[in-house]
Design a protein around this ligand. Structure first.
Ligand code: KIV
Length: 283
């Protein structure tokens, strides 16, 4: 399957065809997502929690995003890859944002960058766009700034918040963002934003009215033990499969059943003969 273009994503929205996105953080996750026909890969800074074990996405660095971004692009087989700008990399100035953004795109080969915020992001979007970098704006529950939002809670449940989200969506579209990620936005508000914008909206915990959906690879496949927010549906239980496989490996090693001859490199009769009395036998 060839890489989706931004124009094609807009067309999909216009035609009511849903866009499928999931996170990918390295070669195997990107390869699996690509093989499954996922449209867009997101190298999310969720990697900080999911694969690096941080408490939040706040500590994630530009270097870590570049390290994982390169691997995901290599594994993605030409899929459209969006790379998250981590906390602190776009908060100082337009110039600093551009310096970090250019580095992230040049060093990874990602197709686009994603930034979290509301309408205050508009100047950042403009300056990245002027440099030719496509931008996804992530609004709603923005994990990099949950303390300011009062914790991990649904956004847009009251008129003031709903107006803020709708205005932000318009301002970011107008600034040149080509896609919006709506995280944990009340379903009707997300549907309103999706109806009022021409750029695709990708929801996570924001209802079916969005133009596509994104989930974290490890969450949707049941690999993120103990993480079960109410919006998350697990589509497979790879954790159990992995534990059974590892237990079977342990048992086979302890019992001596593994490795058997088929998984070893025994000498041929001639090779053994040529070694004379050198070798210990019977083990
Ligand atoms: O970092 C991430 O994985 C994300 C998605 C949850 C949208 O931003």
């Amino acid at each position: 399957m060839s890489k989706l273009t931004i124009g094609k994503m807009r067309e999909m929205k216009a035609q009511g065809k849903k866009i499928v996105m999931c996170t990918a953080y390295d070669v195997p996750t990107a390869k699996m997502a690509a093989a499954a026909g996922v449209d867009v890969l997101l190298v999310g800074d969720s990697l900080g929690q999911v694969v690096l074990g941080y408490d939040s996405t706040v500590p994630v660095t530009v270097e870590e995003m570049i390290h994982h971004g390169k691997a995901a692009v290599r594994g993605g087989g030409g899929r459209f890859v969006v790379l998250d700008m981590p906390y602190g990399s776009y908060h100082i100035s337009d110039e600093d944002t551009l310096r970090n953004g250019l580095r992230m795109v040049k060093e990874t080969g990602a197709d686009a960058l994603k930034l979290e915020g509301l309408r205050e992001l508009a100047p950042r979007v403009r300056s990245l766009r002027r440099a030719g970098i496509p931008v996804v704006a992530h609004i709603g529950l923005t994990p990099q700034t949950t303390t300011m939002l009062g914790g991990y809670r649904v956004q847009g449940r009251n008129r003031l918040e709903a107006v803020g989200l709708i205005e932000a969506a318009h301002a970011l579209e107008e600034a040149g963002a080509f896609m919006l990620v709506l995280e944990c936005v009340a379903a009707e508000v997300a549907a309103t934003i999706s109806a009022q914008t021409e750029i695709p909206t990708i929801g996570i915990g924001s209802g079916v009215g969005c133009d596509g959906q994104v989930l974290v690879f490890y969450d949707l496949l049941g690999l993120n033990q103990g993480f079960q927010p109410s919006f998350l549906k697990q589509f497979a239980d790879l954790w159990s499969g992995a534990i059974s496989g590892l237990e079977a490996f342990g048992q086979a090693v302890r019992s001596g059943d593994f490795p058997d001859a088929a998984h070893s490199f025994p000498l041929s009769a001639e090779e053994r003969e040529a070694m004379g009395p050198l070798l210990v036998t019977g083990r």
